[in-house]
Design a protein around this ligand. Structure first.
Ligand SMILES: Nc1nc2c(c(=O)[nH]1)N(C=O)[C@@H](CNc1ccc(C(=O)N[C@@H](CCC(=O)O)C(=O)O)cc1)CN2
Ligand SMILES: Nc1ncnc2c1ncn2[C@@H]1O[C@H](COP(=O)(O)OP(=O)(O)OP(=O)(O)O)[C@@H](O)[C@H]1O
Length: 263
């Protein structure tokens, strides 16, 4: 059943060293370095495999999946009801599912229409030490290309004011739209290997808990070629499970929260 699988998301499906089985109470975070290394190696191999599969997609195939995924999201009640969200700025060269129509829908289209817009926060990488912030933008003109060729907001706006950091905001985010390399129907998500999103999501979830906020829905956007069979994606204790997946075939709700909020 999806719900129980979800709860056991962090179970490591690897042969464990004998020492681990005689000490079953050992915390996942204290797992042996060898097991963590095996997971890291398996992740790297899977990323290479998926990168190859995505390169084989024709531009037409991609465009049709990009349209179907974005249309599903834009027409959904859960997206329409979201007032504040964090989303990624898709990078075509990295073969990420396009988010441009969704971003355009969130931003105010005309001056004076601000009240119809959603609050939109997008990632900015601060350093190679897994530090990423989510900063508020109000127009696509707020974005500049970084050294990785991904568009991201400058830390200050045109008037010289610091952009609002979502972790300093006084109200919660309703929805996260997440990128990734591979996903499965139990909620596992494989990123690009920087650990940026897992680190950020953990920080956000700690803040939400402290403030007594509802948890946001964590929704990943996926080409069909990125959806893996159960058990293929290796996970460790820092991987944050997703609530739902959107592919060109529609929404795949996974967590109890998604089953409740996305019907
Ligand atoms: N659109 C988008 N923005 C994002 C992310 C993302 O995955 N997608 N990130 C999520 O973390 C952060 C940036 N992290 C990134 C990590 C790796 C690469 C990248 O170009 N990786 C190459 C391989 C590089 C290598 O192995 O040397 C690749 O994946 O092909 C880009 C961004 C924040 N912003
Ligand atoms: N919350 C965290 N605290 C400390 N280290 C972390 C955390 N999250 C991830 N890491 C570390 O970051 C590195 C990359 O992690 P992993 O391979 O899971 O990234 P990913 O899922 O591909 O990336 P992302 O989360 O950016 O999508 C690993 O060494 C992992 O242990």
């Amino acid at each position: 059943a999806p719900a129980s699988t979800y709860r056991h998301h962090h179970a490591l499906r690897l042969p464990r060293p004998a020492s681990a089985s005689v000490r079953p109470a050992v915390a996942a975070a204290a797992m042996s370095t060898a097991a963590e290394q095996a997971v890291a190696d398996q992740k790297r191999a899977l990323r290479t495999e998926v990168r190859r599969a995505l390169k084989a997609l024709s531009p037409d195939q991609r465009a049709s999946e990009d349209l179907a995924i974005q249309t599903t999201i834009l027409n959904s009640s859960w997206f329409k009801a979201s007032k504040r969200l964090c989303a990624y700025i898709s990078c075509y060269q990295l073969r990420e599912v396009d988010t441009s129509k969704i971003l355009a829908d969130c931003l105010p289209s005309n001056p004076g229409q601000e009240e119809l817009a959603k609050d939109l926060y997008v990632p900015r990488v601060e350093d190679k030490n897994r530090n990423m912030r989510m900063l508020k933008i109000t127009t696509m003109d707020d974005l500049v290309k970084n050294s990785m060729n991904i568009l991201e907001p400058s830390p200050v706006d045109a008037s010289g004011n610091d952009r609002e950091d979502v972790l300093s905001a006084s109200s919660p985010v309703d929805l996260f739209l997440l990128p990734g390399q591979a996903f499965d129907r139990t909620g596992r998500r494989l990123g690009r290997g920087g650990g940026y999103y897992d680190t950020f999501l953990l920080k956000y979830q700690e803040l939400a808990k402290e403030k007594g906020w509802n948890r946001p829905l964590l929704v990943a956007l996926s080409y069909s070629a990125q959806i893996m069979e159960e058990g293929v994606i290796p996970v460790n204790s820092t991987d944050v499970p997703i609530d739902a997946l959107v592919s060109s075939s529609g929404v795949i709700p996974i967590s109890p929260a998604a089953l409740e909020r996305m019907k």
